[in-house]
Design a binder for this molecule. Structure first.
Ligand code: SF4
Ligand code: SF4
Length: 288
């Protein structure tokens, strides 16, 4: 029942009554009650793209499963997040993704594949997009065989963060892919190399060149890495940085998505401009 005197609504999720502000999504309500729902295309710093269909749940009275990331709580709604029907649907989505993508670099996807008993061989792999890995600069790599078309990078490059609109989804069906305008190489596109697309990618399809090179050399050791929070040294905005280091070398830089200044987004300097830290030691010239 709607509670009097405020703008709260109540829903029942898996039998638990959850009261939330009007406008709250089912996913947010479930999270606030400690109920986890898997999602690929949702992020707290982006508008829900409603693309991956992993977060579907059953809502009483609804003929089809509903996307919990975008469905707003309706007062009195009865919702179930882990029924057989939900389970089957999530398993099928994951099997479709596994049929044409390498999901191995996403710890979440690896865990969900086990949880939903995914058969990665169930569907025959479709024809792959040619030119699977694009290495066009020293900053980040685009690996199309890991891209699940979640739209997060497009949103981050567009009106959710960067407002550069350098990338969009092009093509149809199996040919659908993230592309620059007229498929020009990234350095010739409108891209300003903020790396905000890299920061939101859930599958590592977009990854720092440093990480790519270390993985290539079989030397990427996340369990031995440390993360140090600091403030960017370039300008007065005060963006919060997380420096990921391995063997005392910075291997990538992120920013917390719940940070009040950055919302997880940075500019090229904060994201990629740290090589000077590892410059050879400066030796003053000896006096003649
Ligand atoms: S680096 Fe920034 S500008 Fe370039 S594609 Fe990614 S989000 Fe867009
Ligand atoms: S590159 Fe990453 S963020 Fe962009 S659509 Fe593909 S999986 Fe999503």
């Amino acid at each position: 029942m709607k509670e009097q005197g405020d703008s709260q609504v109540s829903v029942h999720i898996n039998g638990i009554k959850v009261s939330v502000e009007e406008g709250t999504t089912l996913l947010q309500a479930a999270n606030s009650a400690g109920i986890e729902i898997p999602t690929l295309c949702w992020a707290e710093n982006l508008t829900p793209a409603n693309a991956c269909r992993l977060c579907v749940v059953e809502q009483q009275g609804s003929r089809t499963l509903v996307s919990s990331c975008s469905r707003v709580c309706e007062d009195g709604a009865q919702v179930l997040t882990d029924t057989d029907r939900v389970h089957r649907s999530r398993k099928m989505v994951l099997e479709f993704l596994a049929s044409s993508n390498d999901l191995s670099q996403s710890p979440d996807l690896v865990a969900w594949s086990k949880m939903y008993d995914v058969d990665t061989e169930r569907y025959k792999a479709p024809a792959k997009i040619e030119d699977q890995i694009k290495i066009e600069d020293d900053l980040f790599v685009r690996a199309y065989d890991r891209c699940v078309l979640c739209y997060k990078c497009v949103e981050a490059c567009g009106d959710d963060a960067q407002h550069t609109f350098a990338i969009a989804i092009a093509g149809r069906g199996f040919d659908a892919r993230v592309s620059t305008e007229y498929e020009v190489p990234l350095p010739e596109s409108a891209c300003v190399y903020c790396g905000n697309c890299v920061g939101v990618c859930p599958t590592n399809a977009l990854q720092f060149k440093t990480e790519f090179d270390l993985r290539d050399a079989n030397d990427w050791r996340p369990s031995e890495q440390t993360v140090t929070e600091t403030v960017c040294s370039y300008c007065g905005v005060g963006c919060s940085l997380e420096l990921h280091t391995q063997d005392n070398h910075i291997v990538k830089v992120t920013s917390p998505s719940d940070h009040s200044v950055t919302s997880g987004h940075l500019c090229i300097k904060g994201r990629f401009g740290w090589q000077y830290v590892h410059a050879p030691e400066f030796k003053p010239r000896e006096a003649p």
